[in-house]
Write a protein that binds this ligand. Structure first.
Ligand SMILES: [Zn+2]
Length: 322
């Protein structure tokens, strides 16, 4: 964790910024929400407007420039990252993915105005010779979650995948598409970045941070696969139901699922990882959050990945649960 988290002025002021590359600034708040802005010499481009940072983004910009905000980019449609967007007023151009616009049109929110410009796959935002390359590679944390690449500064903004220095928040940061969430780690690493703005938690990230996160998720999936292979069988499930009436079968199901979660958590947290440390020694949040990640990753195997079989006609088995 960085030094500013122990600086009382960070909490009094409500923001902290660092220049990650020529004119590209990362801004964080005490609650662990992050945004970014880039100066073009002819107006500032802001990426995201998290309510916990709110108007302090203006204070951060004014600390280095008197350029007005001319553009706002939405990383994704979630309120916790763009729910302060209305503070920029109607003159600011808002750029987002097509899906983000569709979601905001379907579920209107006065704090999240509709984008004024959208794109489907790739787009370049160029203001006064300063460039940002926007890219969409498919659903991950949520549909419409984009990559924002500053090629001159080699800074990548990709929100709610990697929280540098920690495991993600519970349930893979409440991600909707876990296969896409995994894929995003590789896609982030496909950029030649020197800094990652991840959206959380008061620290920007390095390549090593992303590699550590990818290794953590690889371990969770490996142990989830092991748990499913060994324990997701008719015999084990019936063992949990033993002595219960059919009306209580979901109690048995919960114990059955959580027994596998416990296995995944135990194996993940006790493993000695590639740098000789355990995950609780290496990443913040591993101890409290791995049980949520274990459930999410295991459950995604049942919904997003290949099944190991199906019921044959007229036989009672195999009775694969997964
Ligand atoms: Zn989100």
């Amino acid at each position: 964790m960085p030094e500013h988290i122990n600086d009382p002025s960070f909490y009094e002021k409500g923001w902290h910024k660092e220049e990650l590359g020529d004119g590209f600034y990362w801004v964080t708040s005490p609650s662990g929400y992050e945004a970014a802005f880039m100066l073009t010499g002819n107006g500032a481009i802001v990426i995201d407007a998290p309510p916990p940072l709110g108007e302090n983004i203006f204070a951060a910009i004014e600390s280095v420039s008197d350029e007005p905000v001319t553009h706002l980019i939405y990383s994704h449609w979630h309120s916790d990252h763009i729910g302060a967007a209305s503070m920029f007023g109607p003159k600011v151009k808002i750029i987002a993915h097509d899906i983000t616009r569709d979601l905001l049109a379907r579920f209107p929110d006065p704090y999240r105005p509709l984008p004024t410009e959208t794109f489907a796959t790739d787009a370049t935002l160029e203001v006064n010779g300063t460039k940002l390359e926007l890219s969409y590679k498919g659903a991950d944390h949520c549909p419409g979650n984009i990559y924002v690449w500053a090629p001159t500064q080699k800074v990548l903004t990709k929100i709610d995948i990697v929280s540098p220095g920690s495991v993600a928040f519970m349930h893979a940061d409440a991600s909707e598409n876990i296969s896409g969430f995994y894929q995003a780690h590789d896609d982030i690493l496909s950029y030649d970045f020197k800094a990652l703005v991840g959206g959380h938690i008061t620290r920007w990230g390095t390549r090593e941070d992303v590699e550590a996160a990818r290794e953590y998720w690889h371990d969770v999936r490996t142990f989830a696969d092991e748990a499913l292979k060994e324990m997701s069988t008719r015999d084990v499930l019936e063992g949990f139901h033993h002595g219960m009436g059919r009306e209580h079968r979901l109690v048995g199901a919960e114990n059955f699922i959580n027994s596998m979660v416990n296995y995944i958590v135990d194996r993940t947290l006790s493993k000695v990882t590639s740098n000789g440390q355990t995950w609780p020694e290496r990443l913040a949040g591993a101890t409290p959050f791995t049980k949520y990640h274990a459930y999410t990753v295991m459950e995604s195997s049942r919904t997003e990945r290949t099944h190991h079989g199906y019921q044959r006609r007229g036989t009672g088995g195999p009775w694969y649960v997964v």
